[in-house]
Design a protein around this ligand. Structure first.
Ligand code: ADP
Ligand code: MG
Length: 256
């Protein structure tokens, strides 16, 4: 079990406010983003042949550099989202949306990754699903986080089942895999910041932020997210967006 926690300040250190540290983190992450994007863009250009032909060995090394720049950008984006959630400045661009469309977009962007690991993504949209008021990019982000986790823990040749359905007062999305499931002692902590369970040790990728951000996004929408183990094998993550919400975060048009 690996858990990186905020360390308490030593007694002889000045007492920094959580907000100061979070704002500092947010600024650093923001400043890192632009040079990282430029680095990734330049490598992509070389890989696309803009600087002429490159030897296979160089292409291989550049591909590794490109993938790692990409990973760093994702980490920086996650850090920015965590900081925003802590500072209460996570902004939602609310509008009437189709949750099924958001999930479809998430599926499209994860299909390549699933194929690489010989995992099939299956979507089941149950009947007429009403429109909800939500931020479509953030809903897609949550779906991507859950599908990425499901793929990461899925055995080769298996299927990840994703469903979208209308229940009485909300629209519910469930992502089910047939991986190892979540160890009992980790179940209560998987939505904590920087928490990576025992089972995540073998997969080096990830930062333990995806589920914490997903929870902050759902909280902001007045929705919910939960995890459970299936009776047979694997885990199911479920999130629900209310049809009539009380939103708890900044709304893009300035209303609260
Ligand atoms: N589908 C899943 N099956 C088993 N464990 C999971 C699954 N999804 C998440 N977890 C557990 O929850 C932890 C936190 O997930 P997350 O916040 O997405 O971080 P990361 O993916 O970077 O490890 C993971 O490290 C893992 O222990
Ligand atoms: Mg994750």
């Amino acid at each position: 079990m690996k858990k990186l926690q905020d360390k308490p300040s030593p007694p002889d250190m000045p007492n920094y406010r959580v907000e100061d540290t979070t704002e500092f983190l947010s600024t650093v992450a923001h400043e890192l983003r632009t040079p990282l994007a430029s680095l990734k863009g330049s490598i992509a250009l070389i890989l696309a042949g803009a600087a002429g032909d490159t030897r296979d060995e160089i292409t291989d090394l550049l591909t590794i550099a490109h993938n790692n720049a990409d990973r760093l950008i994702r980490l920086v984006d996650d850090m920015l989202d965590v900081a925003k959630a802590r500072l209460g400045t996570l902004t939602l661009h609310l509008q009437p949306i189709s949750v099924a469309d958001c999930v479809r977009r998430a599926l499209d962007s994860m299909n390549g990754c699933a194929r690489q690991r010989d995992v099939t993504l299956k979507l089941d949209v149950g009947g007429d699903v009403p429109v909800v008021t939500a931020d479509p990019d953030r809903v897609e982000q949550v779906a991507i986080n859950l599908i990425a986790n499901a793929i990461k823990f899925s055995p080769s040749g298996s299927t990840v089942a994703i469903s979208v359905e209308h229940r009485k007062d909300d629209v519910q999305v469930a992502v089910t895999d047939s991986g190892p499931g979540i160890p009992k002692e980790d179940l209560a902590h998987v939505f904590d910041r920087f928490y990576q369970g025992r089972n995540a040790r073998e997969c080096q990728s990830g930062s333990g932020l995806g589920l914490a951000i997903s929870k902050a996004i759902l909280d902001g929408h007045g929705g919910s997210i939960s995890a459970r183990n299936n009776r047979g094998a694997g885990a199911t993550f479920v999130f629900a967006l209310p049809l009539f919400a009380h939103h708890g975060v900044h709304i893009a048009d300035g209303t609260k």
